[in-house]
Design a protein around this ligand. Sequence first.
Ligand code: GLN
Length: 485
Amino acid sequence: MIKDLHNKLINKEITSEQLTLDYFDRISKKDKDIFSYLTLTKDLALEQAKKADEKIKKGEKIGLLEGIPGAIKDNICINGIRATAASKILDSYIAPYNATVIDKLNEKGAVILGKTNLDEFAMGSSTENSAYGPTKNPHDLNRVPGGTSGGSTAAVAADLASWALGTDTGGSIRQPAAFCGVVGMKPTYGRVSRHGIIAMASSLDQVGPIAKTVEDAAIVLSAISGRDKHDATSAHSQDKNYEEFLTGEVRGTKIGVVKEYLNSLEKNVREKIEKVIEFYKKEGAKIIETELPHVKYALPAYYIIQPCEVSSNLARYDGIKYGLRIDDGDNSAISGNSSDLPKTLLETYFDTRQYGLGRETKRRIMLGTYALSSGYYEAYYLRAQKARTLIKKDFEKAFKEADMILTPTTPSPAFRLGEKTEDPLKMYLEDIFTVTANIAGIPAISVPCGRIKEGKKELPIGFQLMGKWFDEENLLRVADAYEKK
Ligand code: GLN
């Protein structure tokens, strides 16, 4: 826990350098099996750790994150460090600047251990779409950690990082957090700057914390949030210390539950969620029934809007502007030009993208290009946007009565590696409870709520709280009260 580590640092029980070396030691022992990291940034980490140690030695006051080691998803840029987004097309790409969230973490003196694995460009729900191979769930190495921030959640769950950053476009922080038994939060759209995040679906992407406890998540969120002039979508919201809102009190809070959601669950998951509801009732929260009539369109709308934005955002990976370029005759994937002659521009585009992008990424680009093409735009993209508006209105109405809405994070615990890779629709259904928050732009947090027996293993499961726009502090307060029960 961050505060425990912080106390050890200021009481001089351990130095940040030693703490950081201990993490690298554990990574070298355990990460062969889990594969949560793609790149380690040892020099950078030790440099940051020593800075924190210097301050402590001089008796200067240090912040809560100062000298505390964490991990960063590999679609977030760190100046001078490889940023692959787990794609072959960016295999050799070195970021030329820091993402704003990295600048902010540096200001707070946080230590960065390395870059974590993800589904290519953050598309998927299992981290199996990584060009470098899948991350494994630390609770059962035959199972997926969830995705797409599976590297970050697995690293935190296995204590290969004390906190991590992920990104969440349709559930990529919350679903893997639930599968790995850690806390994950997607802030309100606009709360955290996306400057320096490898763009995927820009109207949905958000950066957020992954942590062992709600309090840790609050500490990391306080460090990374705030207005950024480099990101026009970042909101003029006030900076806050979210950890100060964790009073443990839920009396009077109105928590909405959606009956259809609960009814759709298998018994073992449903029981866990009902126990959480019982807890809140007992603590004096008011449980009310909420209706979200258009939410059934969230998943279909997402799988139109997201691919459309992907097809546009990923057009920049053409073999000319970024990363991989296949422009000689040796690697002829599609154009058929395998002669010694240089390729034409079009052949370079074709061969670079054919070779450099994975299966799921290509599928989304094709879906998006189709849905945006003339004659189909109105039938697909425009309709999906209209559904999006209706879903937002559902939430506006629901939040007139409820302060927040409680749901499961996922329909079931972590599935086996390979179980859903051949059936994209099954994989997409993983996002059924999470995409709505991205579609509406509201904040949502996943909190562990017990384990479910699957064979010989006990797998974690999580519940989700979705809150009003820019009301992270109340979500964190209510989530923390449960965790401390
Ligand atoms: N699973 C969703 C998808 O594949 C969400 C991904 C994400 O949140 N980055 O698009």
